[in-house]
Each structure stands twice: as structure tokens, then as C-alpha cells.
Design a binder for this molecule. Structure first.
Ligand code: ADP
Ligand code: ASP
Ligand code: MG
Length: 404
């Protein structure tokens, strides 16, 4: 059997019947050389529309029904693409996640993929049909429909690629590759020909929504080369490569990622005893709330401030958890939604000092106040006021000459 390539088409790529006809042509052409498995997102705007509908009766709809509803957008686009392909004489069959037994954990809206029935997919290929699979969704052990978090179709695609040992996973989207930063915010951002898996993990983890972080994690774990490219124009896109085998000098900073929907939470006047970090963060983690940039201040008179960020969607949940902490006492719970995170990513940071000071100088020159900083080997994350985000990203982009 020829080698397998998984092709994923995002919302804009299947945003209209005209676009779906174009996608059918891409699939038809690729199928002449390789075995193609397709994963699709919902038509653009559809998932948001469904989320809006689900909230018609209150802000917190039943979790099971929420996922059952918002997962339907992908069924529409999968069937439409299969219809379009059949129309041009290419045999194709659409499948929902349930039909390929894409098993996930049972945390609705944030479910994680556990297992896939690749036999069904491979048998379909062997029968001469192109499988068109719904992204973004799975089923629990007991058959309830789950969803994988926004942008989750990327993860479906890479997980399937890993499962069938595809030679590559191509993520078709509305930009022609991965850029030094979101080209919609910084028009002179530069397209990268390639980026290391390591750097992409950090970029995606810090908000570059061009590919979902879980997808990069899968690719990294199962050695799936991933390419991001445009479904609107021809081109080679950007390859996310597994191992850094070139001997070229690594870029100091390869890219800048940012996240707007952030909340900064401070527990003011916490009694500083051993174990407080665990006592605060443990209950949040039990609720599947991801906590980022964490700072604990020097304690004064046995009391300290403990600050961290969570994403906006976890705000009310986090607030409820913190108000009900059993073992921790504090004076005040301060929640600030007017913050954003900007992250500089580059493997070159490992061997070069000075990245942080260049970044801080550039923000200072632009009178942008830094609220929190966290660093790792190849990344610096800075928390600032949300209103300053665009100027911060632009200033940092030019300070590191990423447009060149
Ligand atoms: P799809 O619907 O195809 O999954 P997404 O909207 O999820 O597309 O992701 C593509 C978008 O990601 C682009 O339109 C772009 O605005 C945004 N983006 C953010 N950071 C980057 C980056 N570093 N490079 C390219 N695109 C980026
Ligand atoms: N349709 C889902 C979303 O809008 C999944 C995806 O597009 O990847 O988040
Ligand atoms: Mg996406």
C-alpha cells in the first residue's frame, strides 16, 4: 500500500460549499500519489454559533449536552466533503468519532484522546475509499460524545496520523505557514520554512493558535512530522521537524506567541506555611484548571502574596474553588481580567544570555509595565496589561529583528 498522509482542513478551509469544492480538488490531487485520510473542522463560525445556541438557557449548560451539540458542526463538513468528492468521482466516506471508536477521557469540552480504532480507517482505505473524519470530538467509554477543546481538530488529525503510522500530517489552514508571530497582528511577521517541535510546543502552549498544543504534543511523542500550509494557495508551508539535525546557528528568538484571554489571580495575605502552593494549586488542578506563570512573594510577618494566571474561561470555576479552600487562609482574593501574556520562544536562548534584558529594554522604551515574568530554558513569558499587548508584540518583534 502507498504511504499514508493525513490532511486536516480547518474551519475557513471548509467555510463554504465553494471552499469545500476546492478542498475536494486538493484531496483528489494528493490521492493520486498517497493514501489520504482527511480530518475536517466545522465550517468557520459554526462552532461559535453552536456554543451560542447552547447558552440560550443559561451560561452553564449541561456539560454532556453541550458537547453533544457543539460536536455536530464537524459532522456537517465531513459529510459535505464526502458528497463533493463522490460528485467528482472520488470514492469517499465520512465517519464521526463514534464510528471510528475514537475513545477519550470523560472530561467534557477538554477530553483527551485515549485510543482509536485504526482498523476501520485502514479497511476503508483498503476498500478504495477516502475516509473523511470529524475532528474535535470523541466518545467516552460509555459512548457519550466529548469534544477536545477549541482547535481540537488539529489533535484529531495528528492522533490519527500517529495511530495509522502516516508519513506526515498536513494541517491546511488560512495562512500559508507558521510565522514569527500572528501575521494578523504584526503584518511584517515572517513565514518560517521550518520550526523545531520543541519551539512549536512552546509557541502553541503560549497561545499561537495556528495549531493546538495537544496536537504538537502528540506529534512529538509519536514522531509524526507535521506541516502547516494554506488551502487557498500553493506552497510548501512550514515543517515542524522532529530533531534538530542541522548545524546552523539557532535563532535567538524564533517566534512570539501571545494570549489575550487571561486572568491574574492573587491571594493576598496568605499565611505562609509549608505546603501552601500545593494547597492552593492542588484543588485547581483537580478541577482541570491549568495554572500558568506563578509567583510567590517574600513573606512579611508570616504572610505572603501568591499570584498566578489562568485562562478567562476558567475564571468563575477558579474563583469558586479558591473561595472554598479548606486549609488556606488569606485576606483578599484579587481577580484582574485586564491582563495578557506575551512569550518569546527560541532554542538559541539556551546558549545565549541577554534575551531577557533586550526584551525588558524594548518594553521599557515603549513604557509597557511588566507585571509578572517567568522563564524556562527556551522561553520567556511576560504578563502585561491587555491594552498594551499589540504594542508589546510589535516592539518585541522588531527588537529581535524577526521581520528580517
Ligand atoms: P483553522 O480554522 O484552520 O484551524 P485557526 O484560526 O485555528 O485556523 O488558526 C490559524 C490562525 O492562527 C491564523 O489565521 C493566524 O491568525 C493565527 N496564528 C496565530 N499565531 C500564528 C503564527 N505564529 N503563525 C501563523 N498563524 C498564526
Ligand atoms: N471546530 C472546532 C473549533 O472551532 C475545532 C477546530 O476548529 O479545530 O474550535
Ligand atoms: Mg485551528
Amino acid at each position: 500500500m502507498a504511504e499514508i498522509i493525513v490532511q486536516k482542513f480547518g474551519g475557513t478551509s471548509v467555510g463554504s460549499v465553494e471552499r469545500i469544492a476546492e478542498v475536494a480538488k486538493i484531496v483528489e490531487k494528493s490521492a493520486q500519489e498517497n493514501n489520504i485520510i482527511v480530518v475536517v473542522s466545522a465550517m468557520s463560525g459554526e462552532t461559535n454559533r453552536l456554543i451560542g445556541l447552547a447558552k440560550s438557557f443559561g451560561e452553564n449548560p449541561n456539560k454532556r449536552e453541550f458537547d453533544a451539540l457543539v460536536s455536530t458542526g464537524e459532522k456537517v463538513s465531513a459529510s459535505l466533503l464526502a458528497i463533493a468528492l463522490n460528485q467528482i468521482g472520488i470514492k469517499a466516506k465520512s465517519f464521526s468519532a463514534a464510528q471510528i471508536s475514537m475513545k477519550t477521557t470523560n472530561n467534557f469540552s477538554k477530553a483527551k484522546i485515549l485510543d482509536i480504532d485504526d482498523k476501520k480507517i485502514l479497511d476503508t482505505l483498503a476498500d478504495g475509499y477516502i475516509p473523511i473524519i470529524t475532528g474535535f470530538q470523541g466518545i467516552t467509554e460509555t459512548g457519550d460524545v466529548t469534544t477536545l477543546g477549541r482547535g481540537g481538530s488539529d489533535t484529531t488529525a495528528v492522533a490519527i496520523a500517529a495511530s495509522v503510522k502516516a508519513k506526515q500530517c498536513d494541517i491546511y489552514t488560512d495562512v500559508d505557514g507558521i510565522y514569527t508571530t500572528d501575521p494578523r497582528m504584526v503584518p511584517n511577521a515572517k513565514k518560517l520554512d521550518a520550526i523545531s517541535m520543541e519551539e512549536m510546543l512552546e509557541m502553541a502552549g503560549k497561545g499561537a493558535k495556528v495549531i493546538q498544543i495537544r496536537a504538537v504534543e502528540f506529534a512529538n511523542k509519536f514522531n509524526v512530522p507535521v506541516r502547516v500550509l494554506s488551502s487557498f494557495e500553493q506552497g510548501n508551508g512550514t515543517l515542524i521537524y522532529l530533531k534538530d539535525d542541522n548545524n546552523m546557528e539557532n535563532a535567538l528568538v524564533s517566534g512570539i506567541a501571545f494570549q489575550k484571554d487571561q486572568v491574574k489571580i492573587t491571594l493576598h495575605g496568605v499565611t505562609d506555611t509549608p505546603g501552601i502552593a500545593y494547597q492552593i494549586l492542588g484543588p485547581l488542578s483537580d478541577e482541570n484548571i491549568e495554572v500558568d506563570v506563578i509567583v510567590q512573594n517574600v513573606s512579611v510577618n508570616g504572610k505572603t502574596d501568591f499570584t498566578f494566571t489562568v485562562s478567562e474561561e476558567d475564571k468563575s470555576n477558579a474563583e469558586a474553588v479558591l473561595q472554598n479552600l479548606k486549609d488556606v487562609t488569606y485576606d483578599d482574593l484579587i481577580i484582574d481580567s485586564d491582563v495578557a501574556k506575551v512569550s518569546l520562544v527560541g532554542v538559541g536562548m539556551r546558549t545565549h544570555a541577554g534575551v531577557a534584558s533586550t526584551a525588558f529594554k524594548s518594553l521599557s522604551d515603549n513604557e509597557i509595565n511588566i507585571q509578572m515574568i517567568s522563564t524556562s530554558e527556551i522561553k520567556i513569558t511576560i504578563v502585561i496589561k491587555e491594552g498594551a499587548l499589540e504594542s508589546a508584540v510589535k516592539a518585541l518583534h522588531s527588537a529581535f529583528e524577526l521581520e528580517k
